[in-house]
Design a protein around this ligand. Structure first.
Ligand SMILES: [Zn+2]
Ligand SMILES: [Zn+2]
Length: 153
């Protein structure tokens, strides 16, 4: 679609080269949060040692927590660096069934801007691979709390 990669900002200046994904979200370079490796499971699927990589248990001094989100029982808490890329309500039937609700509200972050809080045991993570239909960790996947079952991501 012509013009899709440029838009006017509030100052009337054209913002050039802002890439958008298929859902129309603007794709900016991820902020520097101190992760130097490749983006884990960038193209989906399984990855060795994923629990020690973003968005799970990893540490860096560049990561500055701006937001936190925890499940109902508190055994899972995620930390977020900076502001979300975007936020959306999704009314698709997959989201309705996965969340048991008329829609899902999601705030979108780069994977390297997310981590599991230090006090959380990764054994409390539960996964559901939406492409493969099983509960092993394979991206894309949904994340929930193994204890209280709250959907987290
Ligand atoms: Zn919980
Ligand atoms: Zn949806």
């Amino acid at each position: 679609m012509p013009g899709q990669n440029s838009k006017q900002n509030s100052n009337g200046k054209a913002e050039q080269g802002a890439q958008r994904c298929s859902q129309g979200h603007q794709l900016r370079e991820p902020p520097n949060t101190g992760w130097n490796g490749p983006i884990p499971a960038k193209d989906g699927g399984r990855e060795e040692g994923y629990l020690q990589k973003p968005p799970y248990s990893w540490e860096s001094k560049e990561f500055q927590v701006k937001y936190r989100a925890k499940c109902w029982c508190g055994k899972l808490e995620f930390e977020y660096h900076g502001d979300p890329i975007d936020a959306k309500h999704c009314h698709c039937t997959q989201c309705q069934r996965l969340h048991g609700a008329p829609f899902q509200w999601a705030a979108l972050f780069h994977k390297t801007s997310v981590r599991l809080a230090k006090h959380c045991d990764p054994l409390n993570l539960d996964f559901f691979s939406t492409q493969e239909g099983h509960s092993e960790h394979s991206v894309p996947c949904k994340i929930s709390c193994r204890n209280c079952r709250s959907p987290m991501a």
